[in-house]
Design a binder for this molecule. Structure first.
Ligand code: MG
Length: 355
């Protein structure tokens, strides 16, 4: 059929058809040698619609060309994931912009603190690693670390939902926390909960997504604020001894607490990993939170269940006191979990409190 008729039947303008032809996406079936008039076959209508639909998703012409050459739905899944990630980043930046707009301009440091110059100077020096592991196909854990905040999340609810929920949790908390107070960290986690809940309700394929979160942030007064939901754990090494700062919100942890399971049995229980609390599964969430006095040379470890279900508690505790570089400790823990089977995603952050 002529280019005019093809344009009419496909709903694409002549200009757009010429663009697609010039970029090699939709080459006319024939071109009249004398008049240079272009002709298309009826079999090209589907490709025309497909190319135009893909353009509406924002896909570049070069990527469409690759997809047409190798028409697999895996590529569409990959594209969907990158769109989701981009949206998460944009929403998180928007959230931060909103917060900055409503915040008071930063007041100058009080003279007293400038003179003292001690507490507010603390920093977290972190090493982290997150691994898919040999069994799972996706990594639904997410980790963030800065010199004032570390956060680890373990997502659930299908590969796409789990990844989105976990990455939203850590990036939204990071965007909202400025180190002012425990209340601020709690509000950041509640806001992340609400954002994940809203997002899960907006798209059927994300329904049921949720995530754990364990976040620890240094406050202006030099204390450490910790907020926890789910079964991602925090341990603190202080004066030579290690304390677990968090309680797991899981079915097996409740059974252990009631004396119906031992820690060892819980590690292999078929319902391990079934949570009693998570972010994103209801409009509001109950948090565990605390603040602690910390000093230089104290050490914090946050990990997902992919680590502590493979290793004995004793091994995690001992690793924190090892006199070696923190990156070697983190590598050692993750490698050990993998060597024991690595049945789940494994994430570890080790943060030293320093000046
Ligand atoms: Mg896990």
């Amino acid at each position: 059929m002529s280019i005019g008729e093809f344009s009419q039947r496909s709903g694409l303008s002549l200009k757009r058809l010429r663009t697609y032809a010039a970029s090699g996406l939709l080459i006319p079936a024939a071109v009249d040698a004398g008049s240079s008039y272009r002709y298309y076959g009826p079999g090209q209508l589907r490709d025309a619609h497909l190319i135009d639909t893909l353009r509406q998703t924002g896909m570049a012409l070069a990527d469409i060309r690759v997809l047409l050459r190798d028409p697999s739905t895996d590529r569409l899944d990959g594209w969907e994931k990158s769109l989701e990630e981009e949206a998460v980043q944009r929403l998180s930046a928007l959230d931060q912009a909103r917060r900055l707009l409503s915040a008071e301009p930063d007041a100058p440091e009080p003279l007293e603190r400038q003179r003292r110059g001690d507490l507010s100077m603390k920093k977290l020096r972190s090493t982290s690693r997150t691994e898919t592991g040999p069994v799972r196909e996706n990594n639904e854990d997410a980790v963030m670390s800065s010199d004032r905040l570390v956060a680890v999340a373990d997502g659930m609810g299908g590969p796409l939902g789990g990844e989105i929920a976990a990455s939203m949790a850590v990036s939204l908390v990071d965007a909202a926390f400025r180190g002012r107070s425990l209340d601020e960290l709690e509000a950041a986690v509640r806001a992340a909960n609400r954002a994940i809940w809203d997002r899960a309700g907006a798209r059927s394929e994300l329904e049921g997504m949720g995530t754990t979160i364990c976040a620890a942030g240094l406050l202006e007064d030099g204390r450490l604020a910790v907020v926890n939901v789910g079964d991602t754990r925090a341990y603190l090494l202080q004066k030579g001894s290690v304390t677990q700062l968090t309680h797991d919100h899981s079915v097996t942890a409740a059974l252990v607490q009631r004396g119906e399971l031992t820690e060892e049995e819980a590690r292999h229980h078929p319902h391990r990993g079934v949570l009693t609390r998570a972010l994103g599964v209801a409009p509001d969430v109950e948090l565990d939170s605390t603040t602690l006095s910390v000093a230089e040379s104290d050490r914090l470890l946050i990990c997902t269940d992919g680590l502590f279900n493979e290793l004995a508690d004793r091994e995690i505790v001992e690793s924190m006191t090892e006199p070696q570089d923190s990156s070697a400790t983190v590598e050692g823990l993750v490698e050990r979990a993998i060597s024991r089977g690595g049945h789940d995603n494994i994430s570890v952050v080790l943060a030293d409190i320093g000046a």
